[in-house]
Write a protein that binds this ligand. Structure first.
Ligand code: CU
Length: 184
């Protein structure tokens, strides 16, 4: 009994390690964020058998991305603003490589781990998974704003993906305290 559960723990640790290796290039700058790897591993394992006689190469399936829930909290000054959104992927793995916008001279991608914010060069979009940019976590940082966005207006943002190319997103500006993910 205890032997079997020990084996299970080890198998799970191996799966996490494997997922970690796949994302290693991306995660190198940012120690302990394993969320993306966990989702990719779980879905990759169950997804392979679901297709009708599908081949084993789920990682090579075309990504099918949908961007939703985007918002920018109205910033206090033109010094800085943050952007949030969710990428749902109904296909193979992809990578978010950069974000551009006419809102700001400088747009960077950040993760937050244990309250510490770090700039990241890219973010993995797991196969049949989700990449979330939300309060207290991953975020787009806009610096040197071209104007101060007001509640009720919109901002244009382009998400650039390694395989899917560019996705244009129209982002509503929300009140400074808006937080749709507070319940989850
Ligand atoms: Cu940041």
């Amino acid at each position: 009994m205890s032997r079997r559960s020990a084996y299970r723990v080890r198998a799970r640790a191996a799966a996490l390690l494997t997922a970690g290796v796949l994302g290693a290039g991306v995660l190198a700058g940012c120690g302990a964020d394993s969320d993306g790897g966990r989702a990719a591993g779980a879905d990759g394992a169950s997804g392979a058998g679901a297709g009708a006689g599908a081949s084993s190469g789920s990682a090579s399936d075309a990504p099918r991305l949908t961007v939703g829930g985007a918002f920018i909290p109205e910033p206090v000054t033109t010094g800085m603003a943050a952007g949030f959104f969710t990428v749902e992927n109904a296909g193979g793995a992809d990578t978010l490589t950069s974000v551009t916008s006419d809102l700001a001279a400088k747009v960077t991608l950040h993760s937050t781990t244990g309250g510490t914010m770090r700039e990241r060069g890219s973010f993995p979009v797991p196969a049949h998974g989700t990449l979330t940019f939300g309060r207290g976590g991953n975020h787009v940082m806009f610096e040197q704003l071209t104007h101060k966005p007001k509640v009720g207006s919109t901002v244009h943002m382009e998400l650039h993906f390694k395989r899917s190319g560019t996705v244009d997103v129209t982002v509503p500006v929300k009140p400074a305290t808006y937080n749709p993910s507070a319940s989850s």
